[in-house]
Each structure stands twice: as structure tokens, then as C-alpha cells.
Design a protein around this ligand. Structure first.
Ligand SMILES: Nc1ncnc2c1ncn2[C@@H]1O[C@H](COP(=O)(O)OP(=O)(O)OP(=O)(O)O)[C@@H](O)[C@H]1O
Length: 363
């Protein structure tokens, strides 16, 4: 052997993870370096799902280590390990759920539910175990978007409910419990009770991420939900016009108030590309989302076009990420999903589960 472990580490610290922007040593991804004669093997542990990129990352780190003089065979085991990250103080994690991502908007109709479902499906496509909780009591649209309309969750014990499944993700919605065609007048306590039931009585099965489609707006219902749900981070969806941005700012403030970190902002319906001539038009204005992010020091996670196919696929029960997985739009959703997962991965790990239960016995 004509090289040292130090040289291997130096080579790996010259390679930067394109998703985190950190090198593989500083980011603590490189582990378990083993040298056997001239051959080297090591692990790269990613804290976010990246199934579509594992191959590229493997090639990148192998190429980096091959630069070490005298090196023989190099093998890298690249894998993902998602852990639970901290939530608001005093709120307990949900059983079977590691991380919760709240998807919110300041006002209705900006595409929050469409973004939430595509984000959930994109995280699953990248290899994570994902659920979606449709808490949008005013317009539960996830059953329709996931092709589950008219179905009802099963209960094995008469107390708790099993989430339904579509395209590999688990789903629970207030829409499975009420007739969405019949307008309902929800009084405060009814809303709270229904949401409590959804939150506390769903048997989520081993989720890395639960995406919560929040009710639009920043009123009392939304505020109490953000206090009750153990949220790891929130994402705000807005359209570029001023009125939506003003409301999105209120959303930012609401999460700040309850100490939920903002993962970033997604701008929806940013640009319209004419399907006939390809002409690009900023129907709702331009640059608003990015300016808001700069003003408030939050990340601009990406922007989605105003596109007929997004609406047709979501409303038709097969959202873009699964309906057209090779499209540019699906790629944008996957990029946003990876950014969100990386941001969560950078947050402090949840330590509550590390503390042993202390039992005081009277003898
Ligand atoms: N980028 C887009 N391009 C075209 N249509 C879109 C886009 N995003 C969402 N839509 C469509 O706009 C409508 C409203 O979207 P969605 O239900 O996701 O909004 P929302 O903010 O969740 O609304 P609400 O607050 O009422 O629940 C839907 O018909 C959806 O298919």
C-alpha cells in the first residue's frame, strides 16, 4: 500500500455533493473507509432521498478517489438514511412518522394541493417512504388528485384508520370522511375535532416524510394546526402576483410565530409557455417570489409554469410526477423535493427518542 486513509479523505473532500453543496467529508457523508492492499472501499451516506442520482454520485466519488497515486480498485456504497429531525418544543412526534412537511399558502387557489401531491410523489420517486395528509378541510382535493375519490379508509379496530394507498404513497384525507359534493359549514370545534382525528388516529406505516396539505390562509384553524402538528419545516406556495405575495408573507409570519422553520417558497404558475408558438408570458408578473425570499432570507425552492398538463393530470387523478415522469415539469418537482429533503437533513436531529424512559418506582 503506497497511500494513506488521509489521502483518501483528502480526495473525497475535494468532491462536492451537488445537492448539499458540501464536500463528502465535511458533510460527514463518507464513512467506513477500508483499505485492503491497494484496494479501497467506503460508504457514502446521504441524509436525503436521491434514487435518480445515486449512480452519478457513485461515479463522482470513485473518480475523485482514483486520483490518489498508487490506488487499485475503488468501490463505493452510496445509500440514503433518513432520520427524524427536531420539531417545535413541547410537541411530540407522530408514531410511524419521522418528518412532517407542511405545505401552506396565504390564499386559496394558488396550487398548494397540486404542489403538495407532486412533492410527495417526487420524494417517493427518489426512494423515500412518504405519506400525504390532506388537512384542507375547506376543499379536500387529494382523493381526486390521487384517483382515490369515493374510497373510504378501513378501520381494523374500530378506533384507528388505515391510510389508503396510491402510486406508492400513503394518503389520508378529510375528503374520505365527508361527501365533498355537499357543502359543509364547519364550526370551529368540528374542524378541530376532525383534524385531531386525522392526526391522532391514522396508522401511518413507517414514513420518512409526511406531507401535510394545510388549509389555505392564516386564520385560527391554520394557526392552531401549526401548533399541534409536529412540523419539521414548512413550505409556502404562492403565485407571482402582488396580492398572493402579500398573503404568502402572512403565512411566513404565522410559522415564525409558532417557531416552525420555513424550508422555502415555491412559485407556482410563474410563466405561461404557449403550447402553439412557444411564446413565454409572465401572466402574473415576474420576480415576486424571489424578491420575497431575498427580503425574508428564505430559500427560493423553484418555480413551476402555468401549464395545461399540470391541471389536467392533477385533476385527472395522476399528477405530473407519475403521469409524465420524464417531463421537464416532473424534473422541477423532483428538484424541489430534493432541496426540501436536503434542508430537512441539515436540521438538528430529533433527540427526544434518544432519552430513556425514566420510571420512578415506589418500593
Ligand atoms: N402550475 C399550474 N398550471 C396549471 N394549473 C394549475 C397549476 N397548479 C395548479 N393548477 C390547477 O389550479 C387549480 C387549483 O389548484 P390547487 O387545488 O392545487 O390549489 P390550492 O391552492 O390547493 O387551492 P385551495 O386553497 O382551494 O385548496 C386546480 O385545478 C389545479 O389543477
Amino acid at each position: 500500500m503506497s497511500f494513506t486513509e488521509q489521502q483518501i479523505k483528502a480526495a473525497l473532500s475535494a468532491a462536492v455533493d451537488p445537492n448539499t453543496g458540501k464536500d463528502f467529508v465535511t458533510g460527514r457523508a463518507a464513512k467506513n473507509i477500508k483499505i485492503d492492499g491497494d484496494d479501497v472501499s467506503f460508504d457514502i451516506e446521504l441524509g436525503y432521498p436521491a434514487k435518480t442520482q445515486i449512480d452519478a454520485i457513485r461515479k463522482q466519488v470513485i473518480a475523485a478517489v482514483r486520483t490518489v497515486p498508487g490506488i487499485g480498485n475503488v468501490s463505493a456504497n452510496v445509500f440514503t438514511k433518513i432520520v427524524a429531525h427536531s420539531v417545535q418544543m413541547g410537541v411530540k412526534l407522530l408514531p410511524g412518522v419521522k418528518n412532517i412537511i407542511a405545505v401552506a399558502s396565504g390564499k386559496g387557489g394558488v396550487g398548494k394541493s397540486t404542489t403538495a401531491v407532486n412533492l410527495a410523489l417526487a420524494l417517493a420517486q427518489e426512494g423515500a417512504s412518504v405519506g400525504i395528509l390532506d388537512a384542507d378541510i375547506y376543499g379536500p382535493s387529494q382523493p381526486q388528485m390521487l384517483g382515490l375519490a369515493g374510497q373510504q379508509p378501513e378501520s381494523k379496530d374500530g378506533q384507528s384508520m388505515e391510510p389508503l394507498e396510491a402510486y406508492g404513497i400513503q394518503a389520508m384525507s378529510i375528503g374520505f370522511m365527508v361527501d365533498v359534493e355537499t357543502p359543509m359549514v364547519w364550526r370551529g370545534p368540528m374542524v378541530a375535532q376532525a383534524l385531531d382525528q386525522l392526526l391522532g388516529q391514522t396508522n401511518w406505516r413507517d414514513l420518512d416524510y409526511l406531507v401535510v396539505d394545510m388549509p389555505p390562509g392564516t386564520g385560527d384553524v391554520q394557526l392552531s394546526l401549526t401548533q399541534k402538528v409536529p412540523v419539521t419545516g414548512a413550505l409556502i406556495v404562492t403565485t407571482p402576483q402582488d396580492i398572493a405575495l402579500i398573503d404568502a408573507r402572512k403565512g411566513l409570519k404565522m410559522f415564525e410565530k409558532v417557531n416552525v422553520p420555513i424550508l422555502g417558497i415555491v412559485e407556482n404558475m410563474s410563466i405561461h409557455i404557449c403550447s402553439n408558438c412557444g411564446h413565454e408570458e409572465h401572466i402574473f408578473g415576474t420576480g415576486g417570489g424571489e424578491k420575497m425570499c431575498a427580503d425574508y432570507d428564505v430559500e427560493f425552492l423553484g418555480s413551476l409554469p402555468l401549464e395545461l398538463a399540470i391541471r389536467e393530470m392533477a385533476d385527472g387523478g395522476k399528477p405530473t410526477v407519475v403521469g409524465a415522469p420524464d417531463s421537464r415539469t416532473a424534473e422541477i418537482y423532483r428538484d424541489i423535493a430534493r432541496r426540501v429533503a436536503v434542508k430537512i437533513g441539515e436540521k438538528a436531529k430529533d433527540m427526544t427518542s434518544k432519552f430513556p424512559n425514566i420510571v420512578v418506582q415506589n418500593t
